[in-house]
Design a protein around this ligand. Structure first.
Ligand SMILES: Nc1ncnc2c1ncn2[C@@H]1O[C@H](COP(=O)(O)OP(=O)(O)OP(=O)(O)O)[C@@H](O)[C@H]1O
Ligand SMILES: [Mg+2]
Length: 445
């Protein structure tokens, strides 16, 4: 660890330097406040040991300046007995700890160990947080995505209810997280609850918790997801799949901020922002009595639509690039490169499963293809996507379909053999002249 000492007593600086260097730290010191501040910027320490009373300066002011410069520096104040009041003030301002003079080897070691441990934990925290943030990043530069991000910005400020709609794989969960992450609740939990992933009869007890003995098997009481989301946001995914009883309870949470655990009588208060999402047609569900109309209106204050990938295909190259980097890191593999034709080819796919399908496809590329340069023939076998199913499902006159089949087949085979007609003819068992005629007839270049 890099440690900076700022103290106007030379012997304190030197003895601390000795102790800390013995412990394996890199140490620098300064006897003067301003000089010390300058050195903090140059030496970029993880930890600063700072005297409360310095020659010609107040340690508290220096502390404020250090933290203003970099909030992540751990500052330990050194104070004489008479400086305890200031040391307490320093802690309130963000100092990590204080060491009381006279210093001893033991005191210094204890304080340093605490600081080092804290430093490690906060590094882990930031690593984890940035990997979560990367997982939840919304990528795209199209108008659809820009509008989406702008709307997210607007709704993040307030606690207004948000209903996110959109097909499967369009990023509804990303939107929900982005709203939470930009809201004042960002430091509190973001809790996900997916009604479609839980058996219907368990939805209420999972969401609202239950008391001991609430039902057979409830041997202990259990907190629900909603309690975990207190102060934060509760993401109710696939709300269209939620049963009517649970819907009634959610409505009460929205209206009164209250609920009871299953089998409980005590009314509990909750402060959570509800963000809901569905890929279902809620209006239709309201019509047939499967979704409460009052809840629908309560949730649908601000509708947000995550648009399908086919309406912003211009983002496909950017997304490909992003996922190529993402999986290289995630899977610890060399980064792969798609040539421009390949990207163009992929851009013409339909992506019924939207961005998720594109993401899964890139992951498959990493797992199944070894080389780094990827061309169209390499991905041919991996691209069994929805376009393929559509091809067989589409009903056309047989003659027309056969033409389509021939065209597709010959195009693919030609590509496989690098556009070499005689080679392609040979492997397909055709005469070169026949193949050439076919190609002309089918308008294949
Ligand atoms: N704009 C985007 N940028 C980057 N990744 C995206 C984007 N949209 C979606 N994804 C990725 O696609 C996957 C699906 O996204 P998400 O789970 O948010 O979709 P969804 O709309 O909730 O789908 P479903 O209705 O199937 O649950 C995730 O891995 C997500 O990271
Ligand atoms: Mg989802």
């Amino acid at each position: 660890m890099r440690v900076m000492i700022i103290d106007d007593e030379m012997n304190i600086c030197l003895s601390l330097k000795n102790i800390l260097e013995d412990e394996g730290h890199q140490v620098d010191y300064s006897l003067k406040a301003q000089k010390g501040l300058q050195k903090v910027k140059e030496f970029s320490p993880d930890i600063v040991l700072l005297d409360v009373r310095l020659d010609g300066a107040n340690g508290i002011d220096i502390l404020e300046k250090i933290l203003k410069y970099n909030r992540n520096i751990i500052v330990i104040m050194i104070s004489g007995h008479s400086g305890i009041k200031e040391a307490v003030k320093a802690i309130k301002l963000g100092a990590f700890d204080f060491l009381e003079k006279p210093l001893s080897l033991g005191k210094v070691k204890i304080a340093m160990n605490k600081a080092v441990e804290f430093n490690n934990i906060s590094k882990d925290y930031y690593r984890l947080k940035s990997s979560i943030d990367a997982q939840y990043q919304i990528i795209g530069e199209s108008k659809d995505i820009k509008d989406l991000l702008e709307l997210i910005n607007k709704v993040s400020i307030s606690d207004s209810k948000v209903l996110i709609r959109g097909e499967s794989g369009t990023g509804k969960e990303l939107v929900a997280y982005a709203i939470h992450h930009q809201s004042r609740r960002r430091d509190k939990p973001f809790v996900k609850f997916n009604s479609a992933a839980i058996p219907n009869e368990l939805v209420e007890s999972e969401l609202f918790g239950f008391e001991k003995g609430a039902f057979t098997g409830a041997v202990n009481r259990k907190d629900g997801k909603i309690e975990q989301a207190d102060g934060g946001s509760l993401f109710l995914d696939e709300i269209g799949d939620m049963n009517l009883n649970a819907q009634a309870k959610v409505l009460r949470v929205i209206q009164e901020g209250e609920f009871e655990r299953v089998g409980g009588t005590k009314t509990r208060k909750i402060d959570t922002r509800i963000i809901a999402a569905t890929h279902k047609n809620l209006e239709k569900l309201v019509e047939i009595g499967k979704f409460r109309e009052d809840l629908y209106y309560r949730l649908n204050v601000i509708p947000i639509i995550a648009s399908p990938l086919r309406s912003h295909p211009e983002d496909i190259p950017i997304l490909i690039n992003y996922f190529l980097n993402y999986f290289a890191q995630e899977l610890k593999l060399p980064r792969k490169i798609f040539n421009p034709e390949t990207i163009q080819e992929i851009q013409s796919w339909e992506f019924k499963g939207n961005v998720r399908e594109l993401k899964n496809f890139i992951e498959r590329v990493y797992i199944l293809i070894e080389q780094e340069q990827i061309g169209i023939p390499d991905i041919q076998n991996l691209s069994l996507n929805s376009k393929e199913t559509d091809f067989w499902n589409q009903t056309l006159f047989f003659k027309e379909k056969r033409r389509e089949f021939e065209k597709k087949y010959l195009q693919t085979q030609l590509r496989l053999y690098g556009g070499n007609i005689s080679k392609t003819a040979e492997v397909l068992g055709l005469q070169i002249s026949n193949l050439s005629r076919k190609l002309k007839e089918l308008n294949i270049k």
